[in-house]
Structure formats: C-alpha cells, structure tokens
Design a protein around this ligand. Structure first.
Ligand SMILES: *Cc1c(COP(=O)(O)O)cnc(C)c1O
Length: 384
C-alpha cells in the first residue's frame, strides 16, 4: 500500500487546518482586542461567558485560566477540607487527581466501565465512607458518564458533584425520562478546558466553570479573583485564574462552530466503525445509551497483545496513534497508596493495556481516512 502522494500529512489533531477555515474572523477579532487593550476581563470575556452559558443551558459560565485550575477552584469554592475524600476515576488525565492532592484531599478511586471507559456508579457506591464529600465523574473521550445514578447517590449521601467535562463539551446527556441536559451542567459544578486540542480549544490555555446555583457562582468568581469581590478586600483565600481576552475572542468564534465540529468528528468515527467492524481483535468505541458522543478521542481496544505492533505498523505509514492513558493515576509514583495497590481497579488496569486512540479531528478528509483504515486493516490481514 502506497501513501497517496497528494495526501495532507496525518496528525492526531489538525489545528492549523481548522484555523485556516476561520482565519479572517479570528484575525479580525484578535486585532479588535489588541486595539482596545482590554486584555483582562474585557468585554470579550463577558460576552463569551454569556454565550457559553446560553449554549450549555447553564445559568452561569465563569472563565478561568485552564481546566486544571477549574477543578481546583470548584473544590475550593465548595469548601472541601484536608482529609475529605473525593471519589473519582483513576482512568483519566492526571489533572483531576492532582488538584485533589494539592488541596490535601484524599482521592478515592472508583473503577470504570469496560465499554464506555466512564466511572462505574456501582463502584462509586462501594467506595463511599463517612469521609466522602464529593464525587468527580470525568466525561472521558467525549461521552458523559452516567449522571443520573451518580446524582442519586450524591443526593442520598449529601455529596457534591463536580463534572470534569474537559473532554465532552457539547455532548447531551439523556435522563431515563427522556429529558436532556448538556454534559457539565448536571452536577453542582461543571468544569472544562480550552487547551488547544480539546473539542472547544483556544490558542493557548483557558478553562471555565459552570453552575446553575447563584451563590456557588459568586463563590467561584471570588476564588478565581484572589478571594475578592471588591478590589483590595479579600474574603477568602483565592487564586489568580483568568480567561484571557484574546482567547475569549477566539472561543466566541469557535463556539459558533462547535456542533458542526462534533458532526465532523462523528462522520470520521462512523468511517472508522464501518472499516473495523469485522476485525475480531478490535473493539470500536461503545456508544453510551445515555449520552451523545463528541469524539474528543476515537479509542479502540486492541486485544491479543497486538497494540504495540499495530501502533508501530501505523507509525511506519505516517499515521500517529496515541495511548490515552498508559498508566492509571493510582499506579503513578506521585499517587500510589497501599489502598489502591496494583490489582485494586481491574477494569481500569486491563484497559490501559488495550486502548489505542486514532487520529481524530474536524479536518480529517476522505483520503486520509481511507489511508488510516486501509493501514489498520492491512495489519490484521498480515497478522492473522
Ligand atoms: C485536559 C484535561 C484537564 C486539564 O485541562 P488543562 O486546561 O490542560 O489544565 C483535566 N481533566 C481532563 C479529563 C482533561 O482532559
């Protein structure tokens, strides 16, 4: 199989291609901000917060500096104290667990479901103790965790729920009665990241928090702003975490395209699904019955110990493929504890040996998709 000569090089995510389609608008918006010199908390930030809240159907959206800060600010605003236990997934990007550690809270890991990779509500129940104060479900790879049973557990035990929605912005969660809400707007607080490669990414760092609770919204704004409501008067210990006006200006433009971006990702995912349907060693991403998928990642499970060989085979054909995540948080040197020794989270540990994410972006074209799917198929035909 030859690499088509006029094919655009394949990247995990093509941010330049995406920029070129909105270049004029973005360049004009950047110039507007620079010429106004309203770099901090200017009108672009206020407008973006309003537009994001409207898009999500949330009462409040509050910009901050990045998705990691958003999680930390949420935990600070809820008044979580050292020793409090926070139940979350170990199969996540480390930031979720890092902020729990930074604040002196105790991370308690629940296992995930093998199909959707999202936190297992039944295991959350098993991990409850009198010290549990909050649950942090992570909406991994683009689908919402199953929020309805999680909210029921939280209500029964008086717990806070912070949704780490860094990877699933725009996805819709469906309750059992058919009603829908956007991922990130169901718990007490939702958080997101605008890291460039996220589904709604800016051109640097950025993040946001969402809530429907007016009092919590004020607390979140206060924590973001040095613990202050009135300049030079500080009510609580806070941080300095702001969304930059230049980034907000980019995000206002990209937010208008977010649903179209999700559709493009779903089109690529459908091509992958069809191509891999007959390959016994591959499991295509399971679709949750409770959530639409926005494909932050298209993550296969490769069985039979063939993952590394497949990855190398693809690399040889100019196709990057990534392992998100090779080591779960509970087995990282920084977060190892006796309670969560190897073997304590069997599903999490087993999938870390099988997952492989293929290139996924809004810019994948038919030629590239054909090259990728043919390369994957040729590996399995050769290795039968
Ligand atoms: C990206 C990400 C974060 C952190 O976001 P930053 O903006 O990079 O700080 C946190 N949690 C999850 C699940 C993420 O994917």
């Amino acid at each position: 199989m030859e690499t088509p000569t006029r094919m655009k090089p394949i990247q995990m995510v093509d941010l330049v291609g995406q920029y070129l389609r909105i270049k004029e608008e973005v360049d004009a918006a950047q110039r507007r901000v620079i010429e106004s010199a309203a770099f901090i908390n200017g009108p672009e930030v206020k407008e973006f917060e309003k537009e994001l809240a409207t898009y999500l159907g949330a009462k409040h959206a509050i910009g901050c500096a990045n998705g990691t800060d958003a999680l930390q600010i949420a935990m600070m605003a809820l008044g979580l104290k050292p020793g409090d236990e926070v139940i979350t997934a170990s199969f996540t990007f480390v930031a979720t667990v890092e902020v729990i550690g930074l604040l002196g809270l105790t991370p308690v890991f629940a296992d995930v479901l093998p199909g959707t990779f999202n936190i297992d509500p039944a295991d959350i129940k098993r991990k409850l103790t009198p010290k549990t104060k909050a649950i942090v479900p992570v909406h991994l790879f683009g689908q919402s965790a199953d929020m309805e049973p999680i909210m029921a557990i939280a209500k029964e035990h008086g717990l806070y729920v912070i949704e780490d929605n860094c990877q699933a912005i725009g996805s819709d969660y469906a309750f059992r009665d058919g009603s829908k809400k956007k991922a990130g707007t169901i718990g007490h607080i939702g958080t997101t990241s605008f890291f460039p490669s996220k589904n709604l990414g800016c051109y640097g760092d950025g993040g946001a928090l969402f809530t429907n609770d007016d009092e919590l919204a004020s607390k979140l704004r206060r924590v973001c702003n040095h613990g202050s409501d009135v300049r030079y008067y500080h009510e609580v210990v806070g941080v300095n975490s702001r969304l930059d006006s230049l980034q907000a200006a980019v995000l206002r433009i990209k937010l208008r395209h977010l649903d179209e971006y999700a559709a493009a990702r779903n089109t690529a995912a459908a091509v992958y699904d069809r191509a891999f349907a007959g390959i016994a060693e591959l499991t295509v991403p399971e679709r949750s019955p409770n959530s639409t998928h926005v494909f932050h990642q298209y993550t296969l499970k490769v069985s039979g110990g063939k993952r590394e060989a497949l990855r190398k085979h693809l690399e040889g054909k100019g196709i990057p493929a990534m392992i998100y995540y090779p080591v779960p948080c509970h087995l990282q040197n920084a977060y190892k504890t006796a309670r969560f020794a190897e073997g304590s989270l069997p599903v999490t540990e087993s999938i870390t040996h099988e997952v492989l994410s293929l290139p996924m972006s809004t810019e994948l074209d038919e030629v590239q998709l054909e090259h990728i799917t043919a390369a994957v198929k040729s590996f399995f035909i050769k290795n039968q």
